[in-house]
Design a protein. Sequence first.
Length: 171
Amino acid sequence: MKGKKSAQMASLYGMLIALAFVLSFVETLIPVSMGIPGMKLGLANLVTLVGLYTIGTKGTMVVAVLRILLVGFTFSNLFAVFYSLGGFGLSILIMVLCKRYKWFGTIGISIAGGVAHNIGQICVAAYVVKQAGVFYYLPMLLIAGTGAGLIIGLLGNMIIDRIGSYLRKMQ
């Protein structure tokens, strides 16, 4: 029985990585220009949120880092990988803390993660370009992170419920 459960978990990880990759690709096809370089909806963050509730923190980190590397080297460049890792690092930290200490529900955790992701990316950008002027974009990024986090949180709730019932059947 243990082998069957391991295979099921491996397939779940594979599906989450593939889904995150596909969502990232779909996002490259959406022509959204909001006047701020690199601003996106962050559809792949849906997988991060769902992962926190289904496969735990360690598994989510593995899935997200693999997705960032795959997407970065497939659709963009090394700098994009650094920006994404910086955003993800702060985002996962904040999301895990919010979940562990029950500060927010799923939607609040998603919003906190979206905002933290943008703060992490802007910090990496300031470091890379050696200019504090990039923080000029922060208010708009915080608004965007809140909106994207809300949308991702709402969608995440629905998916978490469905995957959760599947995982309970596996046990």
